[in-house]
Design a protein around this ligand. Structure first.
Ligand SMILES: [Fe+2]
Ligand SMILES: [Fe+2]
Length: 378
């Protein structure tokens, strides 16, 4: 087993190396298509017995909570993009202030118009990354249908494939009809998705997608939903969150059972995978492409983001890890093997949310579709 000393996360000598982060950020995934190898075997099971009650319950709920992106959302609503962008920027004013206060900060001369331009670009960028991430979820979950050995999980995963197609559809439509600007996939996000798809162990697809990527997405959708009053986006996010909460619960339920049967070395490999995924997501949140569009050099902003890092002011928005950390804890990954993952999450400043609600218990509370149907029939 590798020790903490010889494990080089992402192959880096130093996980905070600005050069490594910028080198990854410069990878071009093409304009029209990107191909990557899929790892693992398709498994046919001849055991059709329904033995997993938690997954069966989730599957029943998924069947009754389907919604239609064409008819359940009001696409005739006009969107004031600048107003929505400013609502979102208002939630991170402390970061804006910290970056401006740095010695020789190029942001000192920025006008309110410059900040609004950044806010609009960041809105386009976030929605673009949601779109690309949703396609990643679509492809990963189609892989899970093939590779997971349990019939109850194959049934559930098939409903998630439909959910993800709907998510790609609605984010794409919002970007095309309400915003004017798309961004290509963030390289840190695509590198992570490629790792998830390429791994030949079936549970790693769940760990990477349902626990890490969807855990972060669920938190990010929640923050955007709270920040905005734009009615189309608000309802879109609320409905997507209903589905995402089920997806994360699917990951927690499946992996909890599987990890109980794994040995120490195997658990350690899962901890390392979780940590590398967390680093990729931290790197993706720096949105260098947006800053560059607004005239700030990629290297300069990356260094500035590290400079303002201190307890209580985390530029990587630790709150975005508020679903990931408790779910890793529930899976037993945080404290296994002398707390290796706890130490790593502490190093990168995201441990504080370990006791936030885990998603196995919270998904039913987030079912907006069931709530709306109940209200309509009351
Ligand atoms: Fe999704
Ligand atoms: Fe999802």
């Amino acid at each position: 087993m590798a020790t903490a000393e010889d494990f080089r996360a992402l192959g880096r000598d130093n996980v905070n190396s600005v050069e490594s982060i910028l080198a990854d950020d410069a990878i071009d995934f093409g304009n029209l298509a990107h191909t990557t190898a899929v790892g693992g075997d398709a498994i046919f099971t001849w055991d059709y017995e329904r033995t997993r009650a938690g997954l069966a319950k989730l599957y029943e709920r998924a069947k009754t909570s389907q919604w239609n992106g064409s008819t359940d959302l009001d696409w005739s609503i006009d969107v004031d993009v600048e107003a929505v962008a400013r609502e979102m920027q208002a939630t991170i004013m402390h970061l804006r202030q910290r970056l401006t206060d740095l010695p020789n900060s190029p942001l000192r001369s920025w006008s309110e118009d410059d900040w609004t331009k950044l806010a609009v670009e960041a809105f386009n960028w976030r929605m673009s990354q949601f779109l690309h991430g949703e396609q990643g979820a679509l492809i990963c979950t189609a892989k899970i249908v093939e590779t997971v050995p349990w019939i109850d999980a194959k049934y559930y995963a098939s409903t998630q494939v439909m959910d993800e197609a709907r998510h790609v559809e609605v984010f794409s439509r919002y970007l095309d009809t309400k915003l004017d600007g798309h961004y290509p996939v963030n390289p840190a996000l695509q590198l992570l998705i490629d790792d998830i798809i390429g791994d030949n162990r079936w549970d790693m697809t769940y760990m990477g997608m349902q626990i890490m990527v969807e855990g972060l997405a669920l938190a990010a959708f929640g923050f955007m939903h709270m920040a905005t009053e734009e009615p189309l986006l608000k309802k879109l996010l609320r409905y997507v969150m209903s589905d995402e909460a089920r997806h994360v619960a699917f990951g927690v339920l499946s992996l909890k059972e599987y990890y109980e049967g794994l040995g120490g070395d195997e658990i350690r490999e899962r901890q390392e995978f979780a940590f590398e995924a967390a680093l990729r997501m931290r790197d993706r949140l720096m949105m260098q492409a947006v800053w560059e569009t607004c005239g700030i050099d990629r290297k300069a902003i990356t260094e500035m983001l590290f400079e303002i890092r201190k307890p209580g002011v985390n530029p990587f928005q630790a709150a975005l890890f508020s679903k990931i950390v408790p779910n890793c804890k529930k899976l037993g990954l945080l404290d296994a093997g002398d707390g290796w993952l706890r130490d790593r999450f502490t190093d990168i400043g995201v441990i504080e949310y370990e006791d936030a609600p885990d998603t196995e218990t919270e998904y039913a509370l987030l079912d907006a579709v069931a709530d709306d149907r109940a209200a309509a029939s009351a």
